[in-house]
Design a protein around this ligand. Sequence first.
Ligand code: PLP
Length: 281
Amino acid sequence: MQNLGYYNGKYDLIENMMIPMNDRVCWFGDGVYDVSCARNRIPHLFDAHIERFFNSAKLLRIEMPMTREELKKLTFEMMDKVDSGNVMIYWQVTRGTAARSHEFPKDVKANFWMTIRPKEVAVPEKPITLISVEDTRYLHCNIKTLNLIPNCMAEQAAKDAGCNTAVFHRGDIVTECAHSNVHIIKDGKIITHNADNLILPGIARANLLRLADVAGIEAVQRPFTMDELMNADEVFTTSTTALCSRVSTVDGKPVGMKDEKTFKKLQDVCFGDFFAATEKK
Ligand code: PLP
């Protein structure tokens, strides 16, 4: 199969799959998701993604319909059905199927779906460009919920401005990008917003911090300002699907691009870790 969509035990090509109108995802976006990438059918940082998925569900009081081990087994089974071994795996769990009513339905099992699509992770050829957008999201950005309208609005505003993505700020404080975490380098040190309720605790971010430590690059986890971002030596983003991307402009003004040595070292360890962990055995 070229891709795969799975919903509560049934699977087919994504474009053939249907879900019930009463799935609470349709009424309320009432669910959480997680995304990981695999090469050679080996998912990268798989346990960390599973852990965050289960934790997001717990924070929304959604009871997972399977164990971590069952999720792993099912994902490998479904990956085997897809032609390419280089894929993006998307999991989603929603509170269940019930007539529209705000309160949680009783005695309803959570719905689980998964999609698997071909995806090549590759070192980007050129830096990316950002626009800045006031972060008007709510205060639960640490939960990977399906409520992504502000992120979609910001991403589209970036595309309309001819840029790659948007960086959010709450007043003066930079939080994260529309679908990645953002970091700066100043005087050889990484500065990144601490993992509180204002940002998603990115798996690629956590891996970056681990790898930076091994490489002897210091990292400070604290809020930083738009002014610090505009005057940083380097600005870069991390995410599961793009790993590590350098930023060259924000709102059309040049930023960073002044400490290639430190940035390249970080980008090399991020991609090196992905390729080593997903090498064919
Ligand atoms: N922040 C937001 C809002 C995201 O949507 C994402 C990824 O989807 C990230 C950060 C990066 O998280 P990860 O490294 O786990 O992909």
